[in-house]
Design a protein around this ligand. Structure first.
Ligand SMILES: [Zn+2]
Length: 268
């Protein structure tokens, strides 16, 4: 039903309907317990979010699974998006320096934050539009064969994408290729706290198989603690960012991020 609606309602109309709904919803949740830096509003709580499947708990996957205080009622930012915001604010000059930025499968809240800034040349890309909520201005492309030249971008944001791609190592190499030396990429994925080695099984073909094995119908693996090494194998230097380990967690307590979540930032 959701897919049918997205297919037949034009993007601009869908955005208007959703915008009105979000305004009302944001108003209903007004309060002082939580703060969303994307819509710059405070709420009494965030909404629950995430998928509720046994494998996500069994494998202790960070960045997936059902959680109570997750989704901003106004702009739909997630806990993991708010973690990205903290990194951008604390560790980068993305809000002030001239930057060319490639954003893959753009999250709406991050796109809204970055695409309108005068200092940023913003390039969005995604493989599929149908069935997903992306604007028609998003470039259609395949990140295992990116149509941009070497060393083209200062910054890449590519979150919760690699777990969908059969040849993720090729995608990682491509992201490395188009990043400028000195540039950095945020490459979040759902990641297991207990698996040392990434779990892949290409016999899991159907949607039901993949849900059961990987925790989402269109995922092809569960990353383990070797994810950092996978990124490093393409040449990246990886420095995970975690506000708790940086002793700045208190400053951002009302962002309701997951204290267990490291942000994987890969430098070239
Ligand atoms: Zn928000």
């Amino acid at each position: 039903m959701k897919f049918v609606l997205k297919k037949y309602i034009p993007f601009w109309l869908g955005r208007k309907i959703r915008g009105s709904y979000q305004k009302i919803n944001g108003f209903l949740y007004t309060g002082n317990s939580c703060f969303c830096p994307f819509c710059n509003k405070s709420f009494r709580k965030f909404l629950p979010g995430g998928i509720d499947l046994p494998v996500l708990y069994e494998k202790q996957i960070v960045g997936a699974g059902y959680r109570l205080n997750d989704v901003c009622p106004r702009c739909y930012s997630l806990d993991r998006d708010r973690l990205v915001y903290i990194f951008l604010k604390e560790k980068t000059t993305v809000f002030t320096s001239p930057i060319k930025l490639f954003h893959v499968a753009p999250e709406g809240c991050i796109r809204a934050l970055l695409s309108s800034r005068h200092n940023i040349t913003y390039v969005p890309g995604v493989k599929y539009l149908e069935g997903y909520y992306y604007s028609r201005q998003t470039n259609l492309l395949d990140i295992t064969n990116i149509p941009y030249s070497d060393n083209a971008f200062d910054v890449i944001i590519c979150n919760h994408v690699l777990e969908h791609i059969p040849d993720d190592l090729l995608a990682i190499k491509e992201l490395y290729r188009i990043l400028k030396p000195g540039g950095w990429a945020i490459l979040q994925v759902p990641i297991s706290k207990v698996l040392q080695t990434t779990f892949e099984d290409d016999t899991q073909i159907t949607k039901q198989d993949r849900e059961r094995a990987f925790g989402q119908f269109d995922h092809v693996r569960i990353y383990g603690q070797d994810y950092k090494a996978r990124l490093e194998s393409a040449g990246f230097v990886v420095k995970p960012f975690n506000p708790g380990k940086e002793n700045i967690q208190g400053k951002y307590r009302n962002y309701a991020i997951n204290p267990d979540e490291d942000l994987f930032v890969a430098y070239k």
